[in-house]
Design a protein around this ligand. Structure first.
Ligand code: MF3
Ligand code: CO
Length: 249
């Protein structure tokens, strides 16, 4: 079932989104060679709670941390640990916040120190792919329009598009209907309606689109161990477009 949010629900999702965005900004300031992913986790956990939010990933289907930290070839669901970030790494940070029962979900990928040109291109293209997808959003547009915008831009830039993981509806649950794939055809799929809230989240790889899971049963890694990037926003569908709930655009 796809829920249409009331104005009251949208107001709560905006607060959850604002806390999420501020947590990302705070982590961005702390990312540097030498910091551990656990330290980033703890900074995020404390900030989210200080704002009256709850980190939604903690205990989600048994997930053992408050955020996901995925380094280099790790695509998503990397578990924070004593691992120290190194100069030249990239790190994807994925954050979920619940505020008064409403969820926000957002991911950014950051450089650590100085990174290669290839990695920088991967970050730039993945971020732009997210915004190209978002720019398709409005009442009456279709899910295939979003997927096509993301996939065609990624393929033009010779990146692998992860298909086994997709975006999703967001609201009183972290994951709701509908699925929001990062691939598709124009003019196909579900028609968007005003008041739907969806997470759009391209995951693009410098190499193969294939993935595998590490023995920790969470971390999803690229099939060829080449780097991957992930950008995600929670977005509200409006009559003439969209509102990004986890950003400042
Ligand atoms: N933001 C992630 C997604 O939408 C969800 C992470 S769930 C966790 O795919 F359990 F891994 F934290
Ligand atoms: Co998500």
């Amino acid at each position: 079932m796809i829920s249409i949010k009331s104005n009251r629900e949208i107001e709560l999702m905006k607060i959850a989104g604002r806390i999420n965005f501020e947590t990302h900004q705070l982590l961005a300031k702390n990312i540097r060679p030498g910091i551990t992913t656990q330290e980033l986790n703890d900074i995020a956990d404390a900030y989210i709670r200080s704002q009256g939010g709850i980190p939604s990933f903690l205990n989600y289907e048994g997930y053992p941390a408050s955020i996901c930290t995925s380094v280099n070839e790790e695509i998503v669901h990397g578990i924070p640990s004593k691992r120290k970030l190194k100069n030249g790494d990239i790190i994807s940070i994925d954050i979920g916040v619940i505020y008064k029962g409403y969820h926000s979900d957002s991911a950014w990928t950051h450089p650590v120190g100085t990174i290669s040109e290839k990695k920088q291109k991967l970050l730039d293209i993945t971020k732009e792919a997210l915004y190209r997808g978002i720019h398709e959003v409005k009442a009456g547009a279709r899910l295939g329009d979003i997927g096509y915008a993301i996939e065609s831009f990624a393929l033009k830039n010779h990146l692998g598009v992860v298909r086994v993981l997709v975006g999703h509806g967001v609201g009183t649950n972290l994951h709701e209907d509908p699925d929001v794939p990062n691939y598709g055809q124009k003019n196909t799929g579900l028609v968007l309606k005003k008041g739907m809230t969806i997470a759009i989240e391209p995951m693009l790889n410098l190499g193969t689109e294939k993935v595998y899971m590490l023995d920790d049963d969470w971390t999803i890694v690229t099939g060829d161990n080449k780097p991957s990037a992930h950008f995600e926003h929670t977005v509200l569908v409006t009559d003439d477009g969209y509102e990004i709930l986890t950003g400042d655009e």
